[in-house]
Ligand binder design. Structure first.
Ligand code: PLP
Length: 391
């Protein structure tokens, strides 16, 4: 049925490519949202074996999942409420991003309770207006951080920020953010913060803005092989193939309505193929009558509405039969759509397509370079090894 094949060799290749591009800076592999849907533990292991030295996630839950998976590398988490209890972060050596005095004080209490030192990355808002302390708040944040550091409750490990738009090097907003980041780093030094690490770059910045690399870069989407800069290709390899199986075909005449609603009626005799993948699996509902899948290397359009669990595909006069493999997206090498094409069909980005793959879709990890990493995490049924390797 429907499953996601994850090519760990592609993750390895992309990590190496990003590490080369970072040119001496360290790599923090961003594995939030279950490794952008690819399986956070498996992706982390592979990235760490091929040039990454840090992992980045949003929540404590995500960070703890990595520790439960046996991962011992440094981890940074950056999204939580200041009233959340973060004792588990300290106990498990998980660094925490801090954007406010309240959060610093919460962490200090966690340090007192646990007898641990909190590893802190001070986050500046340099123009994205999401997380981070704005410049006016930075002096108070620094004063409190230095006080708690001197009390032995926190260790200031980094100063960092996040870019709003790294796709266009000439973007004036980007230049303003870089200038603001310089001021924030200068203020930190003046306050007596000798932060050992500075980090700023996301995928697009790793690939084309060396002035953003500092000590660590934080690629997300590029790790998974989607090209982050429109119109440019850096040789990344898409890691996920979303595949399914034709489970029924039928020959119908012209004038046949297909799927819910009045949205599609055949205009000729044709073969319809039923594919058990719907919006609960991550096929965006908006892509009905817009997207295509590949069956036997031939692109066939999805006709009519995408349902929760299934779509109908117009196979025309192709000799499609039940049991045929359907590639919803892949690396494009055999003519199948890529995740970037799906993003365009759905009017979104590759990130949303990848993180939208449903939890009921088994993730099948394979590697030719490191065959013992091959595994299946299946919520429904075990998958035989023989079925795993894409043909
Ligand atoms: C998601 C995220 C990244 C990765 O961004 P990409 O554009 O996917 O490379 C880096 N840093 C932070 C803070 C993020 O939230």
């Amino acid at each position: 049925m429907t499953r996601a094949l994850i090519d760990l060799d592609a993750i390895a290749h992309n990590t190496r490519l990003l590490a080369r591009s970072a040119n001496g800076s360290g790599v923090m592999a961003v594995v939030k949202a279950d490794g952008f849907g690819h399986g956070a533990v498996e992706v982390s292991r592979t990235a760490l074996a091929h040039g990454a030295s840090w992992l980045g996630v949003t929540s404590l839950r995500e960070a703890l999942e990595l520790r439960s998976g046996g991962i011992t590398s440094p981890i940074l988490m950056w999204l939580y409420a200041p009233f959340e209890t973060l004792d588990e972060a300290l106990i498990n050596d998980i660094d925490v991003s801090v954007a406010s005095v309240t959060a610093l004080e919460t962490l200090a209490r966690a340090a007192e309770r646990t007898g641990r030192t909190a590893g802190v990355h001070l986050k500046a808002d340099t123009g994205l207006s999401r997380s981070g302390a704005v410049e006016a708040e930075w002096p108070d944040l620094l004063t409190t951080a230095v006080k708690l550091r001197d009390a032995g409750l926190i260790e200031i490990r980094a100063v960092w920020s996040h870019l709003a738009h790294a796709e266009d090097p000439a973007d004036p907003g980007l230049r303003r953010q870089l200038a603001a980041f310089d001021r924030v780093r200068a203020a930190a030094r003046t306050a007596g913060v000798e932060a050992p690490l500075t980090h700023l770059a996301n995928s697009a910045a790793v690939l084309q803005l060396p002035e953003t690399h500092f000590d660590l870069v934080r690629p997300g989407i590029a790790l998974y092989g989607a090209e982050p800069i429109p119109g440019r290709a850096f040789g990344l390899r898409p890691a996920m193939t979303l595949e399914s199986t034709v489970i029924l075909t039928k020959r119908v005449g012209p004038g046949t309505g297909v799927s819910y609603g009045p949205e599609f009626v055949t205009d000729r005799e044709t073969t319809l193929a039923l594919v058990p993948a719907g919006y609960a699996d991550g096929v965006p509902r908006i892509t009905g009558n817009r997207a295509s899948v590949a069956i036997g290397g031939v692109r066939c359009p999805i006709v009519g509405r995408v349902a929760m669990d299934q779509v109908v595909v117009d196979a025309g006069d192709s000799p499609v039969v039940a049991g045929d493999r359907v590639v919803i997206f892949g690396n494009g090498e055999n003519g199948e759509p890529t995740v970037s094409e799906w993003a365009a069909w759905a009017g979104t980005n590759a990130h949303e397509i990848l993180t939208g793959i449903g939890t009921r879709v088994p993730r099948v990890h394979y590697s030719v370079e490191s065959p013992n990493e091959t595994s299946t995490r299946s919520p429904s049924r075990p998958v035989e090894c023989a079925e795993m390797t894409p043909s």
